[in-house]
Design a binder for this molecule. Structure first.
Ligand SMILES: *[C@@H]1O[C@H](CO)[C@@H](O)[C@H](O)[C@H]1NC(C)=O
Length: 438
């Protein structure tokens, strides 16, 4: 709700005879939306979910007509490059996130904070494909990355999150998705993966790195007591296998989501987690481009620390590197490729949670370590930013359909808008408390 303050202020300067429209990147629909539903010139209204539609510019959508400009040599081979897939590549910066950051910075009056905020647009984050409607944007990004590669002579990679399983977010409410298992969700999901694959296929010279389905398999390890998770288990597994196989065929390096130290890192969870990942890998036919696991996605844990956050008490795996180091041998002994990437986008500040399980818009979080290949561990390919900082984890409106109690907790920043939408006050704190400083 705070997202477009600056843009709204600008539109108020537009002479009254101009028909009122929602600004570029502004909300243009969703349950309960009473604002403008037409979009500013150059943008169209794209449904994000039942609660949110957004004006997206033509340059970032409708890429189905974009063609790879030359008959490029297919880089897709059945054999992955040896070593770290990040090595030797420039990471493509999402123009969508950059626009969000620019709009957010424009709404900040303090010049020092504004300047720091603007730096965030040059730090690579993953782009989340959380609805089918967004899949065509991937083609636009890949075309753009392909063009940049040609002009700079550098090799580019694009980072994506595959996130649209049916009955998504089975143990929580805040990020429920567009597909339900009861209503053809698994087939719809395969169609969604096919759409991403079709875009990727057009740009064989651009490397794609994918994080597969945050929280889903971790829920299969620890939340099978939740009816919705139990009911989703076979669809989650079949959907995940379908995605990793299909993406591997196109040379996409993928990392399955593996929760975080405070979830699968508890000692009793390590072996069952490794068993599940190894089983998925085997059932998918050991896809050669399945590179490993992604941890701490959208979470707040330290990568490595000598002073454990009090909420981690009782676990020897009190940071991500300890978790990874404990899990890796369990994976290796089962034949699973134990390579990792670790999200540190919001991990700059520790000791801000009341409980380790607090995940929703944790108050006073700061941007963390910048993406780097300098990880200090041969198990870890890269420190990355997967969650785009400033995009909300879930609404704090207790009457909203997707209200999750975690987003109303004492440690959660309130008031918070719907999941995935811009949360200006939260972003400003991430900038303010960034560690290292911006
Ligand atoms: C909270 O959600 C309800 C139900 O969708 C809606 O009617 C109400 O306006 C929302 N309140 C705020 C402050 O957004």
């Amino acid at each position: 709700m705070l997202k477009f303050g600056a843009l709204l202020a600008l539109t108020s300067l537009i002479p009254a005879f101009v028909e009122a429209v929602a600004p570029v990147w502004g909300q243009c629909g969703g349950n309960g939306w009473s604002g403008e539903t037409a979009c500013a010139s150059g943008s169209t209204c794209v449904k994000s979910n039942d609660w949110y539609s957004q004006c997206i510019t033509s340059s970032t959508q409708a890429s189905s007509t974009v063609q790879s400009s030359t008959a490029a040599q297919p880089s897709t081979t059945s054999t992955p490059a040896a070593g770290n897939p990040y090595d030797g590549y420039e990471i493509y910066l999402s123009p969508y996130y950059a626009d969000e950051v620019i709009a957010a910075a424009a709404a900040i009056t303090d010049p020092t904070l504004k300047a720091k905020a603007l730096k965030v647009k040059d730090i690579p984050t993953f782009t989340w494909f959380d609805v089918v409607a967004k899949t065509s944007q991937l083609g636009t990004y890949l075309a753009d990355a392909d063009a940049k590669a040609k002009t700079t002579g550098k090799k580019y990679l694009v980072q994506i999150v595959v996130y649209d399983l049916p009955d998504r977010d089975c143990a929580a409410l805040a990020s429920n998705g567009e597909f339900t298992i009861a209503n053809n969700g698994l087939n719809n999901y395969k169609g969604y993966v096919d759409k991403l694959a079709a875009e990727i296929k057009k740009f064989p010279n651009v490397r794609v790195i994918a994080v597969i389905e945050p929280d889903s398999l971790a829920n299969m390890v620890t939340n099978m007591g939740v009816t919705k998770c139990q009911g989703a288990a076979s669809a989650y597994k079949e959907g995940t296998i379908y995605a990793v196989k299909k993406l591997s065929e196109l040379g996409v390096y993928s990392y399955l989501d593996a929760g975080h130290a405070g979830w699968l890192g508890w000692l009793p969870n390590l072996t069952p987690a490794a068993e599940l990942f190894a089983q998925i890998y085997k059932d998918a036919g050991s896809p050669p481009f399945l590179r490993g696991l992604a941890t701490d996605v959208a979470n707040y844990n330290a990568y490595t620390t000598t002073s454990p956050d009090p909420v981690t008490q009782g676990s020897p795996n009190y940071d991500e590197l300890k978790y990874i180091t404990s899990l890796a041998p369990e994976l290796q002994s089962r034949g699973f490729p134990a390579h990792f990437i670790v999200d540190q986008g919001r991990s700059g500040v520790q000791n801000i949670r009341k409980e380790w399980g607090d995940w929703c818009n944790v108050k006073n979080a700061g941007f963390g370590t910048r993406p780097t290949l300098n990880t200090g561990s041969s198990l870890v390919d890269s420190i990355v930013w997967i969650k785009p900082g400033g995009e909300c984890d879930g609404t704090s409106n207790t009457s909203a359909v997707r209200y999750d109690g975690h987003c109303g907790k004492e440690s959660a920043h309130k008031p918070a808008p719907e999941a995935g939408t811009w949360f200006q006050a939260y972003f400003e704190n991430l900038v303010k408390y960034a560690n290292p400083a911006l």
